[in-house]
Write a protein that binds this ligand. Structure first.
Ligand code: GDP
Ligand code: ZN
Length: 367
């Protein structure tokens, strides 16, 4: 679907609203539990039921593992993800032609308010990214989060020392999904080891935004807040790096916030399916990390992986042999040439090889 088509659809939607004279409001789904969606609208948060067969205001959508239709939110947002139809592992989980559309956290919706903070979700807007959890052996997938714009990949400068192999994995996934990235290295108040400083510069040199923050002193939190504005972000990273501490600073009242969905179902917040969106004081949304750990469980398909390493992208299509394994014994491999030329750092190439092995199903120890 093109942007122009989207605009036409939106206008058509507006026309329908006017003709029917229904007081529909736009909103964003902040949580989903069985039978209910909590929708944030200009008229407050509405606890909504939704139609079993929601009308879906979109053309059929390609759903991929950490899926996306590879359309960046706005020009220049993130990097352009590889565009190759039909490579999604969860493809077929949801298509417009296949029965009702399941609503997900992050969906933009049209709602009919019913009064008393209740409403009915009438229509779903097209998604621009989908974060999908595997449906298991049977295939299919469950959308954990729709319309993710931005991922904060968080590590500490020390205690624990950063695991850059894990960072490379997250980066590749975000490239694949068309999600913009901020690399956050926390605990800068403890001092930055020289090798971590060098790595931070290297990632910045690749074009990534790198912030050296401290939840303790507040260093560079203004920059972090700025890149969370007006969009849906999630924060992920290993334990102990300060995610909870940082979230407490960014969202002072998050802990006290009672979910309308949880109150309605009386089962507590863990019954929500998928992520929750927590409102940031200055605007924008932070997805809680429940379920987002799943990110680490996905592989980028082997044939797309080189394009998900930004420094390999320019040469990704230059490999001479279609079935090239990009191995050390293939000196004419364009990726190997890039390594020999120093266009990719050995550490990054090692990450690439490791992820490639995993994507090909080779048994490799994973962290
Ligand atoms: P999480 O597991 O990623 O959520 O990490 P926590 O927020 O639980 O933090 C782990 C530990 O690191 C706790 O003891 C925090 O007090 C500490 N910590 C968090 N942020 C900082 C920081 O910016 N500087 C320092 N020195 N310690 C921090
Ligand atoms: Zn090759």
């Amino acid at each position: 679907m093109t942007e122009a088509d989207g605009a036409t659809e939106l206008q058509a939607g507006a026309a329908v609203m006017a003709v029917r004279d229904r007081p529909w409001v736009e909103g964003i789904v902040v949580a989903v539990a069985q039978g209910f969606a909590e929708v944030h609208t200009a008229r407050g948060d509405l606890l909504c039921t939704y139609r079993g067969r929601l009308r879906r205001q979109t053309t059929p959508e390609r759903v991929s593992a950490v899926g996306a239709d590879a359309r960046p939110t706005k020009p220049g947002a993130g990097r352009t993800a590889p565009q190759r139809p039909g490579h999604g592992r969860a493809a077929g989980a949801e298509r417009a032609s296949e029965g009702p559309m399941r609503i997900a956290t992050g969906d933009r919706v049209l709602v009919t308010p019913l009064g008393d903070s209740r409403g009915v979700v009438e229509e779903l807007r097209p998604r621009h990214t989908t974060l999908t959890r595997s449906g298991g052996e049977a295939g299919g997938g469950h959308v954990m989060l729709a319309n993710l714009d931005h991922a904060v990949l968080m590590f500490a400068v020390r205690d624990p020392i950063p695991h850059f192999g894990m960072l490379d994995r997250y980066l590749a996934l975000c490239e694949f999904a068309g999600v913009e990235v901020t690399i956050c290295l926390n605990k800068v108040d403890l001092g930055v080891p020289a090798e971590v400083d060098a790595a931070a510069r290297a990632y910045a040199g690749l074009g990534y935004r790198v912030l050296l923050t401290s939840a303790r002193t507040g260093a560079h939190l203004a920059e972090l807040r700025a890149c969370l504005l007006s969009r849906i972000s999630l924060m992920t990273g290993p334990s102990g790096v300060g995610k909870s501490s940082l979230i407490n600073v960014l969202l002072p009242d998050a802990a006290q916030r009672v979910s309308a969905v949880s109150a309605a179902t009386g089962k507590g917040r863990h019954t929500t399916t998928g992520a929750r969106l927590l409102p940031l004081p200055d605007g924008g949304w932070l997805a809680d990390s429940a379920g987002i750990r799943e990110l680490a469980l996905w592989n980028v398909p082997a044939e797309d992986l080189a394009r998900c390493f930004v420094e390999l992208r320019p040469v990704a299509d230059d490999c001479e042999y279609e079935d090239c394994a990009h191995g050390a014994g293939e000196p004419s491999c364009a990726l190997r040439v890039a390594l020999a030329d120093g266009r990719i750092a050995p550490e990054r190439f090692a990450s690439f090889e490791r992820l490639l092995g995993e994507a090909r199903g080779e048994l490799v120890g994973r962290r």
